[in-house]
Write a protein that binds this ligand. Structure first.
Ligand SMILES: *Cc1c(COP(=O)(O)O)cnc(C)c1O
Length: 492
């Protein structure tokens, strides 16, 4: 035998792997240590990066040192620092050490669990952790594998929406007897529902004119009125249309409003609509016994989704979707190509997650959520939610005590919608827009806005993992300082 020549190019060399990975971990640790020094909202101008980095890819390999230097010099300035304790925008994307460790393992194994046999642990851990999470939320057993349902991890609520809508659509079309009936199907949501459901409805072929936005108002705290849903459904039935799907939200994106699940569930049952609960943001909070009541009536829903990557210390990306009758989802999304056929799939109860999602390939996300739950335990996860809510209450009290300001929508979770009171209502938007711009451009904190009931509000969303009370206090001082400047300008 001739001596086999060893490869000299080793893209995955266990020796250098350790050193290079450590260098990156040290880099990230430094980033977190210094995170408060960066302006929260990035200050770069569009196109900034092409002015600094080469236009073409290198021919020869470059050192990690050089690359990390570029990350430091060119990438970090173009980041909006979502993990900064002074980030109060959108809904936060909680990160944690446990979430990061889970991501490392997921990426380290780099397995692709599309069918059970392609990585049995990936599938079975996902089913297990979906039941764990479901039990933390006290979901009825009809949503759990240990009962009659099941769950899957997606990357986003948008994917979960597309898949549940496709399942509901196919079930209805089968009953109606043909694809031509798709033009009759109607989807109901409120004007506060996340726009992702409109996108999903379009993607599954629901005519945009069959997407009903039920109007909400101050009088109901922006929650969806079951009566209005009923009227809309009756109207559509009279016009020969077929009500298909109702999306209710726990914790709407603009203001954190909650739709009445139990009452909407009754309407959905009566007219045989698929009821989906979007709990992307506030679902995490329902692990707290005092907040679980927002899920009352969940037994009337067909599916529910929530994002651990928002408020459950789970690094991007992770969306839980539970479904009562997984068979409907699988019937809608399954494919059976020859190259993936295997004996294991024929076993009763074997899950092939490729049939529960849009893509074929999938990440081992379950590791991450499993480690997050194990490393914190329910006790600390509840503590985490409660401490964010208590900081939000503190901020809300600051706003309420200053008569120049007002709370616009009553707070339910850790989102406070407030504004500077205008002298004339017509000036409200401009005044608060200016206030928000002044705060955000200063770099010391970042918030975003919404328009609810025609009113421009500033959203202060509390819940970045590193945020502590003194950050909230500093934010309030900053808001007051900027308001003072604005108000004195408007007098002159
Ligand atoms: C953030 C959010 C979504 C969208 O979630 P993605 O995972 O980014 O698709 C949907 N619904 C609500 C209520 C949200 O807050």
């Amino acid at each position: 035998m001739g001596s086999a020549s060893r490869k000299t190019f080793l893209p995955l060399d266990p020796m250098s792997f350790t050193n290079e990975s450590r260098a990156v971990i040290d880099f990230i640790a430094d980033y977190y240590k210094n995170i408060e020094e960066y302006p929260v909202l990035s200050r770069v101008e569009p196109g900034y990066l092409s002015a600094t980095l080469p236009e073409s890819a290198p021919y020869c390999p470059e050192s990690l040192e050089d690359i990390l230097k570029d990350v430091h010099d060119c990438i970090v300035p173009g980041l909006t620092h979502w993990q900064s304790p002074n980030f109060f925008g959108y809904f936060h994307a909680n990160a944690s050490t446990a979430g990061f460790l889970g991501e490392m393992l997921c990426s380290g194994f780099n397995v692709v669990g599309f069918s059970w046999i392609s990585s049995p642990a990936a599938t079975e851990l996902e089913s297990l952790v979906m039941d764990w999470m479901g039990k933390l939320l006290k979901l009825p057993s009809s949503f759990l594998f240990s009962g009659t349902g099941g769950g899957v991890l997606h990357g986003s609520t948008c994917e979960a929406a597309v898949c549940t809508l496709a399942a509901a659509r196919d079930k209805a079309l089968k009953e109606l007897g043909g694809w031509e009936n798709i033009t009759k199907l109607v989807v109901y949501a409120s004007d506060q529902t996340h726009f992702t459901f409109q996108k999903a409805a379009k993607l599954v072929g629901i005519p945009p004119s069959n997407f009903r936005l039920i109007e909400t108002s101050f009088s109901t705290g922006f929650s969806m009125s079951p009566e209005k849903v009923r009227f809309a459904i009756e109207d559509d039935i009279k016009s020969g249309l077929v009500p298909l799907f109702l999306c209710a939200t726990i914790g709407t994106t603009p203001s954190g409003a909650v739709d009445p699940i139990a009452e909407l569930g009754k309407v959905a049952r009566e007219y045989k609509l698929w009821l989906h609960i979007d709990a992307a943001y506030a679902g995490s909070a329902c692990i707290c016994p005092e907040l679980r009541h927002y899920l009352d009536g969940i037994e009337l829903a067909n599916s529910i989704s929530m994002n651990p990557h928002k408020w459950f210390l789970t690094n991007m990306d992770c969306c839980c979707l539970w479904i009562k009758e997984p068979k409907i989802l699988v019937d809608s999304l399954s494919t059976d190509p020859e190259i993936l056929r295997n004996n294991a799939s024929k076993f009763k109860g074997v899950v092939d997650y490729k049939d529960w999602q849009v893509a074929l390939s999938r990440r081992f996300r379950a590791l991450k959520l499993w480690i997050v739950i194990r490393r914190h335990g329910l006790a600390n996860l509840i503590y985490h939610i409660r401490s964010d809510i208590s900081m939000a209450k503190r901020f809300e009290a600051f706003v309420a005590m200053d008569e120049r300001f007002e709370i616009v929508v009553p707070r339910k979770f850790a989102l406070v919608c407030f504004r500077l009171k205008p002298k004339q209502e017509a000036e409200g938007t401009e005044l608060n827009c200016k206030l928000l711009d002044a705060i955000n451009s200063g770099g010391r904190a970042f918030m975003t806005h919404a328009v609810v009931g025609g009113i421009y509000v500033i959203r202060c969303s509390i819940g970045t993992t590193l945020t502590e009370e003194h950050h909230v206090d500093a934010l309030w001082n900053l808001i007051q300082e900027n308001a003072q400047i604005l108000l004195s300008e408007s007098i002159n």
